[in-house]
Design a protein around this ligand. Structure first.
Ligand code: NAD
Length: 362
């Protein structure tokens, strides 16, 4: 099978972790007659420097034509000027919008060997196995109007939160389908006591739930959800929420697994690739980590596990995805650690060394 992957390493540690994930993908490909065609394209700050835009047309077109996209991270202090009209994250937002990737899946399953790396007591983490499905192309990040103006003599900023029924329905279906493949429980998170968008959200999710009588649905408010993620995280199976709530809750959830460096994500839409599978964007949840960029010590596991999700969702290679997940799990179980997940006194491997260990376990 031939598969076309657009690689977008981006900024900071992005190129380091994408290189690691590519090594793992190459090794898997050799074992299963998969011919990978990987091409690298600019995005983020690196693209701003070279082309004056965070998402050059060639990058977007290549991603639209690819079977899947693997991204590192974008951003860094060089491009952090809040008054700049061109900013690295525009690359990512533009890509999500351009590929119509409306569902972001973030699995959280703390590895038993890493329970001590989380600030939560290990007994709280026992049995945690959840996926957050975050709506990605609507809500306050994209709503209009979005402006600054003078209002009653002072400067005022306006952002708009908006959702259509269609936007809610399509992401809800992704979440219900996912719950069906798991423990059949869906928690929809909103702020229906305050926001009109949330009332439409709750009403729509409740209506869609009638198509899924086998799924147990609960609604909780986002403030309570943020508390329950810490006090009883094991009670969740699939969490469905809108764009901004999802952005915040997924960072909170990442603490459960010890380090952001371990956490993968997949962004899916309704478009299919040449192989008849979802055309998706796969990326670790962490940023470009400018504080450690260029040192070769970044944890590549989040990106390697994102590559596993790519094999599963975009290439239909479930067995190979599990092979990667198993190799990562063995490396962690046998005590191999990068700096971000090492306990004091534990030996710290650099990016290439931990990748080598994972390759050995494949
Ligand atoms: P960050 O995720 O880059 O880093 C937070 C902390 O976690 C840092 O101490 C960093 O060293 C550590 N860390 C993150 N990933 C790691 C890894 N793989 N291995 C080891 N340690 C890791 O978040 P930040 O510092 O808030 O943001 C830095 C830049 O990244 C900013 O410009 C921000 O806009 C951007 N950012 C990009 C994305 C993205 O591309 N998806 C996401 C978040 C932030």
């Amino acid at each position: 099978m031939d598969a076309y992957i657009a690689l977008l390493p981006g900024d900071g540690i992005g190129p380091e972790v994408v290189e690691a994930a590519c090594a793992v993908l190459d090794a898997v490909a050799q074992g299963c007659e998969l011919v990978l065609h990987c091409e690298t394209y600019p995005i983020g700050g690196q693209a701003i420097d070279a082309y004056g835009t965070a998402l050059p047309d060639t990058t977007l077109h290549a991603c639209l034509a690819a079977d899947a996209v693997l991204l590192g991270a974008v951003g860094g202090p060089k491009w952090d000027d809040p008054t700049a009209s061109v900013r690295p994250e525009q690359g990512l937002l533009g890509l999500r919008k351009g590929l119509d990737l409306f569902a972001n899946l973030r699995p959280v399953q703390p590895h038993p060997a890493l329970l001590g790396s989380s600030p939560l007591r290990p007994e709280r983490l026992q049995g945690v196995d959840l996926v957050v499905v975050r709506e990605l192309t609507g809500g306050i990040y994209f709503g209009q109007p979005r402006l600054r103006r003078t209002f009653e003599g002072q400067e005022q900023a306006v952002d708009t939160m908006s959702y259509t029924v269609n936007e809610i329905e399509r992401v809800a279906r992704v979440a219900f389908e996912l719950a069906r493949q798991r423990r059949k429980k869906l928690t929809s998170v909103d702020k229906a006591n305050v926001l009109e968008c949330s009332r439409l959200w709750r009403q729509t999710v409740t209506r869609i739930s009638q198509e899924y009588p086998d799924i147990q649905l609960e609604h909780i408010l986002v403030d309570a959800a943020s508390m329950f993620l810490i006090t009883r995280p094991a009670s969740f199976d699939v969490i469905l929420t809108e764009n901004m709530f999802g952005d915040i809750l997924t960072d909170e959830a990442s603490v459960l697994s010890g380090s952001m460096g371990n956490m993968p994500s997949a962004s899916l839409g309704s478009a299919y690739n040449r192989l008849g599978k979802a055309r998706g964007l796969y990326e670790p949840i962490h940023g470009s980590a400018p504080d450690i960029a260029g040192q070769g010590i970044a944890n590549p596991i989040g990106t390697i596990l994102s590559a596993a999700m790519l094999l599963r969702h975009s290439l239909g290679l479930e067995m190979q995805a599990q092979q990667i997940e198993g190799a990562v799990s063995k490396a962690l179980a046998n005590g191999y650690r990068t700096g971000d997940i090492a306990q004091p006194g534990e030996h710290r491997l650099d990016t290439r060394q931990i990748t080598g260990v994972i390759l050995d376990y494949l």
